[in-house]
Design a protein around this ligand. Structure first.
Ligand SMILES: Nc1nc2c(ncn2[C@@H]2O[C@H](COP(=O)(O)OP(=O)(O)O[C@H]3O[C@H](CO)[C@@H](O)[C@H](O)[C@@H]3O)[C@@H](O)[C@H]2O)c(=O)[nH]1
Ligand SMILES: [Mg+2]
Length: 193
């Protein structure tokens, strides 16, 4: 059996198609007991993305970003977001995209980048799959201040923190971004042991 034996998409209604796309999808789903049921879901399609945690084992440090994010602000988060560097794939491979984002957002030209896992970040409503990377960095790999692309409204601060500081910021609520928490916990379990 594949899941497609249990799902029949009947209709896709485009609710919004500006920068990204919001679809209302009507489908039939065959329940565990064999009965077919009609359902509707709104699905936000903004493509896929990649994210990266640069780490320096000798110094015990990682590099993160700090930037304004409108959705958390509207949801009551009265602070900038501290996040791992990340970007939408925009038809690039995940590895090429994350290398480019590392240069644009944090100013590092990295050598080896390692894929550690992939994850759907909000599977009830968003199609996006995120590709997670880690990479060793050192000061000599810094080629610019980073900061992102001004024309796109990006205004990104670069933070170099000790892994212990970063982990403490998850506990005290200063880091509330899922991809960043996942990468820091991965690093604590597998890199800084
Ligand atoms: N005009 C316009 N521009 C937008 C809109 N949404 C995003 N953009 C622009 O699109 C660019 C996207 O930047 P990226 O660096 O490629 O992506 P990201 O926003 O960092 O996304 C990453 O982080 C998000 C927050 O954690 C994640 O949701 C996402 O998966 C990804 O990892 C930004 O420059 C932003 O200005 C929009 O609705 N309208
Ligand atoms: Mg970004």
């Amino acid at each position: 059996m594949t899941v497609s034996d249990r799902v029949r998409v009947k209709n896709v209604n485009v609710l919004s198609d500006r920068h990204y796309r919001l679809n209302e999808v009507e489908f039939e789903y065959r329940r565990g007991n064999g009965e077919w049921q009609t359902q509707k879901r709104e699905v936000f399609d903004r493509g896929h993305a990649a994210t990266l945690l640069p780490y320096n084992l000798a110094n015990g440090t990682v590099v993160l970003t700090r930037q304004f994010r409108l959705p958390p602000y509207l949801a009551g988060h009265d602070d900038f977001m501290i996040e791992a560097a990340a970007g939408m794939l925009d038809d690039e491979t995940p590895e090429n995209r994350i290398r480019a984002e590392a240069e644009e957002e944090i100013g590092y030209r990295l050598h080896d980048v390692r894929k550690v896992f992939e994850a759907f970040m909000s599977p009830g409503s968003v199609t996006e799959k995120l590709h997670f990377f880690v990479a060793e960095y050192e000061a000599a790999m810094r080629i610019s201040d980073g900061g992102g692309i001004v024309e796109e409204g990006e205004d990104i601060e670069v933070l170099e923190l000790s892994i212990d500081q970063a982990l403490a910021m998850i506990s005290d609520g200063r880091i509330v971004d899922a991809k960043t928490i996942m990468l820091l916990q991965h690093a604590a379990l597998n890199i800084f042991r």
